[in-house]
Design a protein around this ligand. Sequence first.
Ligand code: SF4
Length: 340
Amino acid sequence: MKGHLLYIDITQICGIGCPFCMYADKHKSGIKMTLSHQAAENLTSLINSPEVKRISVSGEGEPLNNIETFHQILSLSRGNKAFEFITSGFLPHDRLQTFYEATSALVASKNDTCNIRLSSDSHHIERIKHRPHGFSISFLREHKPAGLTFSFRSVDTDRAFTGLYLVDELARHGLDASIVRQSMLEDQLVVGEMRFSVEYKNLVLPATDAPSGYLNLQQYVCAIEEKVLKRFTLGSLNKAPLDNGMDVTVKPNGDVFFYGIESERLGNIHTDPFSWQQLSQRVADSPLIRTLYTKPFMDLVTRLQDDERAQSILNRVNNPYWVVKAMAGHDGMLDRMIAP
Ligand code: SF4
């Protein structure tokens, strides 16, 4: 495996209050990640492997609530790394600009890049007073901050909404933009010579009063397979003919998991040593992780077609990672799914 994704959740704090948020119970009393000596050593080793394609920083809350740790993580790089920061961009524009400038200075000093991925769907937009979308593209064009790029993400079923919103919002900043359709899960926002990706995700577990139109599990997995030109397995998918990588997530308290497989905790970055080699051995040694990483997910779930509780999960949960999390709560269900 290579082309790994390291995903670091740096905070549980968030005051935005999206109704669908899976982590809402943690937002008021939650914790922020701080880097112990051991955590910094582990992250330095994981970040600087040539086999890592991207280091994504976000949270079970809003990562702008822990800028200090984000910048400490950037400073662990030894150069030529691709970072990503996934955010609502809620800060007042003067503070957001200060954040962009400090981030640009850090990544440019190491020849790194950082893509700022801004939430651009109706759920987030209506809760944010200082909308960051037009401001950010305007800032990019005027200041050309070294190493910074921008993209957008949405969980709207109504893709026209997100496209129209971005075009309108950029027009308010004097920018002439248009949307070009790419695939079921991606558009491009075009501003002159510049292109920005707009990625669509399926809202996990839409509420009963959510608008219709979200893809079901099979449709969502199909759309991902069309995009990567291969069958969907867990792990970090790289477009065919590239091999897949590991998809590792570090939680705000330092606990480490393979993304989506939270029934097997791998240790904690504050107390246990981590390397990609040791994580790779863990994939090989664990029947659950090895099977989920190597066998097409939709083939595995068909083994549970006579299991009523499993079928109820598969009808309700429309994201494969969250299906695995839901099944882990039922004794023996995942074992039956991976049985040879
Ligand atoms: S901004 Fe993100 S973390 Fe905050 S409530 Fe919305 S979905 Fe949850």
